[in-house]
Design a binder for this molecule. Sequence first.
Ligand code: SF4
Ligand code: SF4
Ligand code: FES
Length: 263
Amino acid sequence: MSQTASTGYDAHLRVWRGDAAGGGLTDYTVEVNEGEVVLDVVHRLQATQAPDLAVRWNCKAGKCGSCSAEINGRPRLMCMTRMSVFARDETLTITPMRTFPVVRDLVTDVEFNYTKAREIPSFAAPEGLGPGEYRMRQEDVARSQEFRKCIECFLCQDVCHVVRDHEENKEAFAGPRFLMRMAELDMHPLDEAERRGLDRARAVAEEHGLGLCNVTKCCTEVCPESIRITDNALIPMKERAADRRHDPLVWLGSRIRRRGRGD
Ligand code: SF4
Ligand code: SF4
Ligand code: FES
């Protein structure tokens, strides 16, 4: 016996089915109940009509970053997209993230992102300070706190036009998520990378393609954590890279002054 509420309706979905060899959109009609999100409806499709449909998910709470896909062409988390944001007679086209190679159906191979993550030199902890002895100003803590909300859904990487339609740029461009990570490390008052011969701002510009970003802010618009990637990470990073290129002594002086204040 159906438990469907009287508010339920049938939605028209067009779902990309296929694998690396090719595929296409398949039409389905799937029941929707009050309060459901797109992932609920995709799961119902899987349970009732398409048991072999591949879809990646874990938390269903917007925290694991697994259920990324494109809904009517916009990168979104399926578990955080309410069906109520669409008109009931609207066709929902659900496709895998376009920037990454398809494994099967809605599942993509996001290895590109892990490769980029491995290329970033990690935090260079201050010598002579042990765990629990780090001291930072609250404003510096708050700044990196925003970047650390990232759930690695890679929607920003997916939407960025530098790589979305340009496979050839992938080698030279880390993408917004990782440019942001490099900005976070460069802004960290205790990072001692430069004392060990690594100029992060120069590296992000010359080795990770910061110059290819033309601050369209598309990455910021799709971020489910509302991280202000462009304003708070990419633009400041561009300024820091320019400062260092044009006047490395001013930059060095600012680092020494900050240390002198005990930051
Ligand atoms: S702001 Fe830069 S990194 Fe973000 S989507 Fe636009 S070009 Fe890509
Ligand atoms: S910065 Fe935002 S959009 Fe990009 S991977 Fe992190 S949470 Fe996802
Ligand atoms: S299932 Fe975890 S973010 Fe959607």
